[in-house]
Design a protein around this ligand. Sequence first.
Ligand SMILES: Cc1cc2nc3c(=O)[nH]c(=O)nc-3n(C[C@H](O)[C@H](O)[C@H](O)COP(=O)(O)OP(=O)(O)OC[C@H]3O[C@@H](n4cnc5c(N)ncnc54)[C@H](O)[C@@H]3O)c2cc1C
Length: 538
Amino acid sequence: MRWWGWGEDGHTVPLPPAAEDLLRDELGVDPATRNPPVPFDQVRLSDIALPGPALEKLKAALGNEHVRVDDEARVRHAVGRSYPDLIRIRSGDATGGPDAVALPGTGEEVAAALAVCAEHKVAVVPFGGGTSVVGGVEPVHDGFPAAISLDLSRMVATTDVDRTSLTARLEAGLLGPEAERRLLEEGVTLGHFPQSFEYSTVGGWLATRSAGQASTGYGRIDELVEAVRCVTPAGELGTKAAPASAAGPSVRDLVVGSEGVLGVICEATLCVRPAPRARRYEGWSFASFAEGCDAFRVMEQAGAAADVNRLSDEDETRLTMALGSTGSTAERLGKRYLRMRGHEGGCLAILGFEGEEEDVEDRRRRTAALLRAGGGVSIGHRPGEAWRRSRYAAPYLRDELLDRGMLVETLETATNWSNLGKLHAAVGEALRSALSGRGTPPLVMCHVSHLYSSGASLYFTFLARQEDDALEQWRAAKTAASEAIVAAGGTITHHHAIGRDHRQWLAAESGPLGIEVLRAAKERLDPAGIMNPGKLLP
Ligand SMILES: Cc1cc2nc3c(=O)[nH]c(=O)nc-3n(C[C@H](O)[C@H](O)[C@H](O)COP(=O)(O)OP(=O)(O)OC[C@H]3O[C@@H](n4cnc5c(N)ncnc54)[C@H](O)[C@@H]3O)c2cc1C
């Protein structure tokens, strides 16, 4: 991945001309503006503070070539991929980067590296794909003189694909595409497709309890994990692979979501499914977000949801229509039709079904009947297929928007169905008022993307013209939205995790005693406190 953004050099997704018009007309941004990242040789790093003996012992444990102190390795591990991360790295600020990058090849080497770091009081930041959007991979020294990134990219084995039990053991450093490629060779799929799929890892998914775009159907990563192997400074936590267990509180669940503060997830046994032979993606329209949410609730509670279910609010639909292929296709296909049905200015929904041909058709019929009864109008397969084709495009477009001096960020939450409308309004209002005061009003949009019997997640995207102090502008919006989420009864994160950015709101979620319990576990597993300090725990 590029050190300053998403994708590889040469792979860009250009902004459609309509987007440039919209930036000018609605946000007052001059589309000719260009704020490119600084050249690599202008990136600033701090002096290396890793004690010499620690460096030598790490090299002895992992091999010289697997402990890197070169600028490129340090810059590439300096930040994750949130908006503030990108603002800083594009401006050349990698001063918080690690003192070294260690690349263990086995669980035993992980244990040896942790022992060296505990002995020399060096902070350790586990690093998967580095796609954290909550400050999870940036080293926070927190009193430690030095910090290393522990990069899992050499731990990529796939073992024990059990087609009878439908499970597979995967090592933590496997990137999404390679994990899926190997599983598909065996005729199975994990079905875990976060938008960061191309650059995120199995270990990162488990450490952050991530959710994929098809998680309503396939399950979130925490629902797919049977067992984990986690190497901590105090020893190894291995859990037994079993379909279910009543053996006390789940140690596995202590590890899943632990964000590298307890230890390093080295491998996991995950549930897989037969690879789907049929895929049908389609578009629907609703007169309003409230109507669509209600139809989605009824569909989910009847056990008739699709595998992918997304409902955009009015603002997101309007922007999608104006910018994306999904929208323009839908527009071409059905603008007049939608007007006749009273859906002009309404909301776009995308549904995706995967599985065996016959099963997919049966499910589609049942879902369609429920959506129609809820006021939905089918707009055919083209919007769905267009969405599927562009499902990983957003982070590439974000680089283009940053280049044009835009603030562009996302955040997510979840709540019960009965509270969904209130939470949607409260967060939208908080973002608009935090970002409006200082100039042109922002664009704030949202979609529902993960359904549960009791509720759903809300995923917000917001765009504004960047101000001189871009980081302060972001901080004000993030704080306002987070306060609004907590006040309106939402979770501070549905799938991005806590990291550094959400720490101050964890107590509202887990309570002070809950945090003490987590701290006690950390003290037992990581007595020197070297594991990813400054993350997760307030
Ligand atoms: C454009 C974009 C889209 C995204 N879309 C989604 C989405 O659809 N769904 C979603 O859930 N998230 C999404 N994310 C957030 C992010 O991709 C996920 O949190 C992902 O799970 C992180 O995986 P990673 O391998 O990149 O982990 P990293 O970013 O490397 O690490 C994340 C955290 O986990 C810790 N960690 C990593 N590996 C290990 C390990 N082996 N053992 C212990 N700790 C470890 C790190 O220390 C850090 O605290 C998105 C991010 C971006 C930038």
